[in-house]
Design a binder for this molecule. Sequence first.
Ligand code: FAD
Ligand code: FES
Length: 337
Amino acid sequence: MKQITITGGNISFSCEDDDTVLRAALRAGLGFPYECNVGSCGNCRFELVEGEVEHERKDSPAYTERDVQRKRWLGCQAKPHSDCTVKVRLTDHYKPQILPVKTAGTLTEILDHTHDIREFRFTLSQPVMFLPGQYALLSVAGVEGARAYSMGNITTDGKEWHFQIKRVPNGACTGQLFDAMKVGETIGLDGPYGMAYLREDSPRDILCLAGGSGLSPMVSITRGMAASDKLKGRKLHFIYGGRAARDICGEPMLKELPGFGTDILYHPAISMPDPDNPDAWPGLTGFVHDIAAEMFGDKLKDMEIYFAGPPAMGDAVMKLIVEKKIPPAQVHFDQFY
Ligand SMILES: Cc1cc2nc3c(=O)[nH]c(=O)nc-3n(C[C@H](O)[C@H](O)[C@H](O)COP(=O)(O)OP(=O)(O)OC[C@H]3O[C@@H](n4cnc5c(N)ncnc54)[C@H](O)[C@@H]3O)c2cc1C
Ligand code: FES
């Protein structure tokens, strides 16, 4: 166990030898900035004033030569080898609502949603609560490094965590999960993490934008809205995008919810209709950000917006948010990498 002290305040916390500076800070209830937890976004940078650390993921994409020169490290990957003093700006925004915990999950069920999206359901050895829209780190045997996946369910007892996962061609973790993992087997789970959770105190209607792998957190947000007394009477629009008709899913899960068709409105869209058979898809065509702009225009400014999906979709939605001058406090996402 190492002791981490933050400069400029009277704050210190303990970090287990196999933990990272960011995750230990969050476990201690501190508002250490972060987003992806896998070394890709760089939001968790801190300056090492004293002590020794080592990155868990040696090739972290967000770690640059400039960081080396400035003695900066990535909190989500830095494991302390000694007691350390670090410089970082804590903010209340990142203070966890629920402290993340390391636990284990036993796979109980696998469901197919499309040709390449599958739901993996785990029962936890130690129940841990999470908020709709949050994610966890999954440590899967045979895969180097943990991967982030968002929970698709909601919970009142923390016993079940379900993940809707899109297979990535030649992906190390999705390959193991889809091809090797069997019901009854166990993985390491660590969470909950993430800032894109359902805001129950918002007075606005909700827009969920999801593409491909972004299904899970948006389904969780929608389930959370349907179960929330505080959000009764609010409308939620769910725009889900895929390339072709075979990529589209989600409606059966949302149909089960009270208010589907009246308060919860589902709008599936494909971006690459079959040119030889354009009538085969009678629904919306185009990218989710364009459809959102067309459907809501300037009304987007009055909505609470959640989004998740591949990085290209995330960038396009961010551009729309800037163009439409939507207040950043109304926009919630944890960029996927
Ligand atoms: C916050 C967040 C939430 C996500 N939620 C979902 C979800 O709900 N559903 C879904 O399908 N996908 C989700 N993803 C994407 C998911 O985490 C994986 O990137 C994706 O499944 C590909 O993993 P792979 O191992 O199969 O592919 P690979 O190509 O083998 O791995 C690629 C990903 O793993 C990371 N990686 C590679 N090596 C390491 C390492 N040593 N340590 C840590 N990371 C490493 C890479 O940066 C890259 O992001 C989410 C990502 C983030 C950041
Ligand atoms: S690089 Fe650490 S949280 Fe993204």
